[in-house]
Design a protein around this ligand. Structure first.
Ligand SMILES: Cc1cc2nc3c(=O)[nH]c(=O)nc-3n(C[C@H](O)[C@H](O)[C@H](O)COP(=O)(O)O)c2cc1C
Length: 237
């Protein structure tokens, strides 16, 4: 065990913040740490929009009404981005086609690695935060609000600030349910039942549905149409 691993193991999302601002040099360090993450072929297929103005936070909150957005000192909006690649094609007068799932995975994975690096850097400086993926339910409006050009799409935000709440670390699935030796081991319903209990014990009255009920709600319905519509509009699908 060392300090870095201890920090990682003590992660807990923070959704309520004090009014203390994030120092400019800290924010710079958090973003630099994010950008230091590994990236597919060094393409760096994402952009980060730094949101600090009350006006923009309120506009974002109107589209994704989560209190963390209003309370956070800073919102980092991570955008999957193949727009710079289109400029490389222009430079070389080459054919350019960014459409397809592989390109979406490239930008989504790149942005996620950068986001997680940024989150850890923030936590190492005593700040806290939460990823907000629900922005994709208003993908179209968010793209307009932040003037996203072709070949870009909003992936998630990270709301960052000085924590005003401290929850114990949320227990993960047991090691053997997720980590397999040499080959995949499909799990039975017992794994789900057992983890429902672990989650209920952890969350108590704060949790209205079980973990498996939340999974069912996610996967028991057609996917939210907004993301696909925007991806088509931005020429990514
Ligand atoms: C891609 C992504 C999107 C998320 N979106 C939201 C969100 O919209 N709202 C929210 O409150 N939490 C969101 N979360 C936070 C998760 O709910 C949280 O990480 C998870 O429950 C585990 O809890 P922990 O981070 O405290 O360990 C998101 C996390 C990830 C990785």
């Amino acid at each position: 065990m060392n300090e870095t691993i201890e920090l990682m193991l003590s992660h807990s999302s923070v959704r309520r913040f004090t009014e203390e601002p994030i120092a400019d040099e800290d924010l710079q360090a958090i973003i630099s740490a994010g950008r230091a993450a590994s990236t597919w072929k060094n393409f760096q297929s994402y952009s980060i929009i730094v949101v600090r103005s009350t006006e923009k936070k309120e506009a974002l909150h109107a589209l994704t009404p989560q209190p963390a957005i209003l309370q956070a000192d800073t919102i980092l909006l991570f955008v999957g981005d193949h727009n710079r690649a289109s400029k490389a094609a222009e430079l070389h007068q080459a054919h350019f086609d960014a459409k397809g799932t592989e390109n979406l995975l490239i930008s989504s994975v790149d942005a996620s690695l950068a986001g997680q690096n940024a989150m850890l850097a923030a936590e190492s400086l005593g700040y806290g935060g939460v990823f907000i993926g629900m922005i994709r339910h208003a993908a179209r409006e968010i793209a307009d609000l932040f003037r996203l050009p072709d070949y870009t799409y909003p992936l998630f935000c990270i709301a960052l600030g000085r924590p005003n709440q401290h929850f114990p670390v949320k227990p993960r699935l047991p090691h053997e349910a997720v980590v397999f030796e040499e080959e995949y081991q499909e799990q039975g319903v017992e794994t789900i039942i057992a983890y429902d209990q672990v989650q209920s014990d952890y969350a108590g009255a704060r949790q209205k549905e079980t973990w498996s009920e939340r999974l069912v709600a996610q996967f028991g319905q057609a996917e939210y149409p907004e993301t696909k519509a925007l991806l088509k509009e931005k020429q990514l699908l």
